[in-house]
Design a protein around this ligand. Structure first.
Ligand SMILES: NC(=O)c1ccc[n+]([C@@H]2O[C@H](COP(=O)([O-])OP(=O)(O)OC[C@H]3O[C@@H](n4cnc5c(N)ncnc54)[C@H](O)[C@@H]3O)[C@@H](O)[C@H]2O)c1
Length: 270
């Protein structure tokens, strides 16, 4: 019997690690051929060779490289059915800010609002940090979507899955640029979906909660413990929790889902 994604071709950005790599494995397990993008060439090549796919290392903030890579995917693998705009970077706040945040939390609990220390998340942010965060996430998703539609529209079929975040829905003061980029990805998803819904193309967003991947490596143990306290399930998710949702959105079971937002957070309270 044919597998559910037999002969489908999937392009996954940031596919060399974490959620992207696990998604590539999950889609390949159901028969898809995979093209693996990553900024890190050896990571892209490693996952592509594991899955018999095509490695396409480049920076998703480069729109002409995105167009060329999608062209290369179609010329090498024959078509494009699935685009997963997943590449991303972590917001990083210095550990000293975590200590201030904890001290402020204690002061709030004790009603000592007048003694709160400024966090300076915005004041300390450089233009370059803001710009890079928006470019990798929002511009990357836009470039990937535009490049994919050039092939999906004429064939009148396709699935685009944009990886947003729980912080796109419940923004965090500690990560304003990341939260803004991820919220904008939700709006990009909805506007694109509306445009192409009648052309057989479904566009959806997935909002992961906190998932244990290399993205969280810069987070201190104290910060992670504070996050876990706010997760209903009491622990972070694993990459497969998100890969299963993405697989659903790429398969026949989700044909009526478009312009929709799927949160997988283990009951994150925000
Ligand atoms: N892990 C989480 O808790 C979590 C939660 C919500 C959303 N997300 C989102 O999920 C996506 C995947 O994150 P992850 O946890 O798997 O992280 P990860 O660090 O394990 O993987 C991200 C991959 O993206 C690649 N990448 C980074 N910048 C790139 C660029 N400019 N061009 C091409 N590739 C680039 C990295 O090299 C890396 O291989 C990201 O968009 C992230 O914001 C993750």
């Amino acid at each position: 019997m044919a597998l559910p994604l037999q002969d489908k071709v999937a392009f996954i950005t940031g596919g060399g690690s974490g959620l992207g790599a696990e998604t590539a494995r999950r889609l390949a397990r159901d028969g898809a051929l995979v093209a693996i993008n990553d900024l890190n060439p050896s990571a892209a090549e490693s996952i592509a060779s594991e899955l018999g796919g095509l490695a396409l290392p480049f920076d998703v903030t480069d729109s002409s490289r995105m167009d060329l890579a999608v062209d290369m995917c179609v010329s090498q693998l024959g078509r494009l059915d699935i685009m997963v705009n997943n590449a991303g970077i972590a917001p990083t706040a210095p550990g000293s800010k975590t200590d201030i945040a904890i001290a402020n939390q204690m002061k709030r609990m004790e009603g000592r609002i007048d003694e709160l220390e400024p966090m300076n998340y915005l004041i300390d942010m450089s233009d370059a940090e803001w710009d890079r965060m928006i470019r990798v996430h929002l511009y990357g998703a836009f470039y990937g979507t535009r490049a994919a539609l050039r092939y999906m529209q004429p064939q009148r079929s396709g699935r685009i899955v944009n990886i947003s975040s729980i912080l796109g829905q419940k923004p965090s003061a500690g990560a304003p640029h990341y939260s803004v980029a991820k919220a904008a990805i939700i709006t990009l998803t909805k506007t694109t979906a509306e445009e192409v819904a009648g052309l057989g193309i479904n566009v959806n967003a997935v909002c992961p909660g906190y998932i244990d991947t290399p993205l969280l490596t810069p987070f201190s143990e104290t910060l992670k413990a504070g996050i876990v306290m706010r997760i209903g399930k009491g622990h972070m998710g694993v990459p497969n929790d998100i890969a299963e949702m993405i697989r659903f959105l790429c398969g026949p079971e989700s044909q009526y889902c478009t312009g929709d937002v799927f949160t997988v957070s283990g009951g994150y309270l925000g």
